[in-house]
Design a protein around this ligand. Structure first.
Ligand code: GDP
Length: 195
């Protein structure tokens, strides 16, 4: 996996024939850590955490035909409301209009569960299909699952039930990482049979 570049607007996104799978989640959810784990590299996603780039769409190429897109996080405590509104607009436009987008991986901290921002994003995905465009596939991921003991985890996962069953992941224990890799490929190539 390689960092390709950042786009501050939809118009600045790469023009290519790659299938794009986007990773979305609240700031601090563990998005960069998961990207690094998927890439098998420690500091790859730091590139997209440089000041300025946190407000952009960040593109990572995988092989010849796939790209992972790090969507700007939401829920930053320290940025002004007007900035947050711009970031939300960029994310919404990308999800609503980007043709190359075939799947969204929505990361949610297992201890928080889905909140209004996540529900809004899910609505946006559904609206895209109502507008006649092909709806991107969706994968829910519960991050930092090492933070909870087994019983706590089961009750935490109940909060996800309304939106679907998440894949539980942890970069500390490695749980779910291989599966996540497979699921991303499946989102990118929905017809491909199980290896
Ligand atoms: P981002 O803002 O979504 O890119 O989040 P980061 O990847 O920077 O992670 C935020 C914080 O959570 C960092 O301190 C990470 O070390 C920590 N973190 C990320 N993933 C995990 C995980 O699976 N388990 C635990 N315990 N901590 C994690």
């Amino acid at each position: 996996m390689q960092f390709h570049g950042s786009a501050p607007s939809l118009a600045a996104c790469p023009r290519w024939a790659r299938t794009e799978i986007a990773l979305a989640g609240r700031s601090n959810v563990g998005k960069s850590s998961l990207l690094n784990a998927l890439a098998g590299r420690k500091h790859l996603a730091r590139t997209s955490k440089n000041p300025g780039r946190t407000r952009c769409l960040n593109f990572f190429t995988v092989g010849e035909k796939l790209a992972l897109v790090d969507l700007p996080g939401y829920g930053y405590a320290k940025i002004p409301h007007s900035e947050a509104a711009k970031i939300a607009l960029l994310m919404n436009q990308y999800v609503a209009e980007r043709r190359e987008l075939k799947g969204i991986v929505l990361l949610i901290d297992i201890r928080r569960g889905p909140q209004s921002e996540e529900l809004t994003l899910l609505e946006l995905v559904q609206r895209r299909s109502m507008n006649g465009a092909e709806s991107p596939g969706l994968l829910l991921v519960a991050t930092k699952c090492d933070k909870l003991k087994r019983a706590e985890r089961l009750s935490a996962l109940r909060r996800f039930e309304a939106i679907g069953a998440p894949l539980s992941c942890s970069i500390l224990t490695g749980e779910g990482i291989d599966q996540l890799q497979k699921e991303i490929l499946r989102l990118a190539h929905p017809q491909r049979p199980e290896p």
